[in-house]
Design a protein around this ligand. Structure first.
Ligand code: SAM
Length: 217
């Protein structure tokens, strides 16, 4: 989406609660990359519609998206993984401040390891928002954890517009952009999923697991 369109959509959003603004300010102050407002608004809508009982998030940062997803469906329980100790502690503080410790379980560790120890088939929605070069690994490790008809949502798949136009990417991003292009192709061709890539925010892929059996829906 063009920057003008994204700015326009941003302006159409209703004003956020004070606690949301405070965490957004904290992210700016500490230079923590959290999901942009238009993108999180879309993910929240997916959560409202799909009403997941259990959400898994790869990449907590300071707990912003976990708290916003919970806001969209207050009955859900969320497991989220973060490997940076300072951000993990900030996430715990923010979640405690909102009294949501019983809904959000933050795991401190590397998702590439931690994902191997979670309950199979438990999660109805999985949100991947961590190291972009590792997306395919995260996705593959998440597969056994996803419930039937579950959804995997991946952020940043169009990374700053460079994925659609790799020649325009600064040299330092070229490898990552190539990996994102490979990942998008992998998602689009994956026979167990229907995937749509939506050019909202930084680009969000929504992958819906096909039902098993005779009729693929
Ligand atoms: N989802 C968060 C939000 O919107 O509020 C933002 C997440 S931020 C874009 C990505 C986070 O993933 C960073 O805090 C980073 O430390 C974490 N991360 C990256 N690779 C990881 C890994 N392999 N395991 C766990 N966390 C990881």
């Amino acid at each position: 989406m063009s920057e003008t369109q994204n700015n326009y959509l941003n302006q159409t959003l209703p004003p956020n609660e004070e606690w949301v603004l405070e965490i957004e300010d904290q992210a700016i102050k500490d230079n923590v990359p959290i999901m942009d407002r238009v993108g999180i608004n879309f993910v929240m809508q997916l959560v409202r519609i799909s009403k997941p009982t259990c959400i898994l998030e790869v990449g907590t940062a300071i707990g912003y998206s976990a708290l916003r997803m919970l806001q969209a469906n207050p009955k859900t329980s969320i497991v989220t993984i973060e490997r940076d100790e300072k951000r993990y502690q900030q996430a715990l503080d923010n979640i405690k401040h909102q009294k949501k410790e019983s809904n959000i379980d933050v795991i401190f560790g590397d998702a590439l390891e931690e994902l191997q120890h979670l309950e199979k088939g438990k999660f109805n929605l999985i949100f991947i928002d961590a190291a972009k070069g590792q997306y395919k690994h995260f996705f593959d490790l998440c597969l056994p954890l996803l419930s039937e008809n579950g959804i995997i949502v991946t952020d940043n798949v169009l990374f700053r517009g460079f994925v659609a136009n790799p020649e325009s990417a600064p040299k330092r991003y070229r490898k990552m952009v190539d990996k994102l292009r490979d990942y998008n192709e992998y998602l689009m061709k994956h026979e167990d999923f229907h995937t749509t890539i939506i050019p909202i925010g930084d680009g969000v892929a929504v992958s819906y697991k096909k039902a098993k059996g005779r009729y693929h829906t």
